[in-house]
Design a protein around this ligand. Sequence first.
Ligand SMILES: Nc1ncnc2c1ncn2[C@@H]1O[C@H](COP(=O)(O)OP(=O)(O)OP(=O)(O)O)[C@@H](O)[C@H]1O
Ligand SMILES: Nc1nc2c(c(=O)[nH]1)N[C@H]1C(S)=C(S)[C@@H](COP(=O)(O)O)O[C@H]1N2
Length: 176
Amino acid sequence: MSAIKIGILTASDRASAGVYEDLSGPAIVETLNSFLLSAWQPVYRLIGDERALIEAELICLIDEAGCCLVVTTGGTGPALRDVTPEATEAVCEKMLPGFGELMRAVSLKYVPTAILSRQTAGIRGGALIVNLPGKPKSIRECLEAVFPAVPYCIDLIGGPYLETNPEIIRAFRPRS
Ligand SMILES: Nc1ncnc2c1ncn2[C@@H]1O[C@H](COP(=O)(O)OP(=O)(O)OP(=O)(O)O)[C@@H](O)[C@H]1O
Ligand SMILES: Nc1nc2c(c(=O)[nH]1)N[C@H]1C(S)=C(S)[C@@H](COP(=O)(O)O)O[C@H]1N2
């Protein structure tokens, strides 16, 4: 069986230009490594905050690389260049607004500016796309909140069975 592929997409003008090192993409890899018992392979991309580029990468990660999950970081705020939610919505057939609602609610416990994130999630074909904010510290905070529902969502769209480490995070599958 082929390895489970998960896309990690950092959208940041400054990280992609080398102004600072991308810490958020690697934080996603580290967090997913701690959550998942299933063998998986990250497919990592670092690009600027260009809507067309983000859309093209999302399409490539899902339709060509075969990722069942793509986690993005950055570009969710209100600034002019923040367009990740728009790009996500443009490539998805269905939106899952509960992901953004839950992440914002949980994030408010950490920072009052959590309401500034327009992060969302949606389905493209057999893949789930989840947006996270750009700040490295937001990665685990947000993934801990929503990840219990991710394996079941991927079951429902015909993706691979994701097994989590119950000592770190418990996946909830209502029918099992
Ligand atoms: N990918 C990243 N790696 C490391 N630090 C980051 C990253 N993204 C954001 N940050 C940090 O969080 C701060 C606020 O993030 P901000 O919302 O301005 O980033 P962004 O809009 O995603 O990135 P940029 O402005 O480069 O496109 C940044 O000043 C930086 O310190
Ligand atoms: N959990 C969590 N959520 C968070 C933050 C954070 O530090 N932790 N930062 C907020 C801030 S300051 C902004 S501007 C928005 C959008 O960030 P982005 O534009 O980098 O995606 O995410 C918000 N959500």
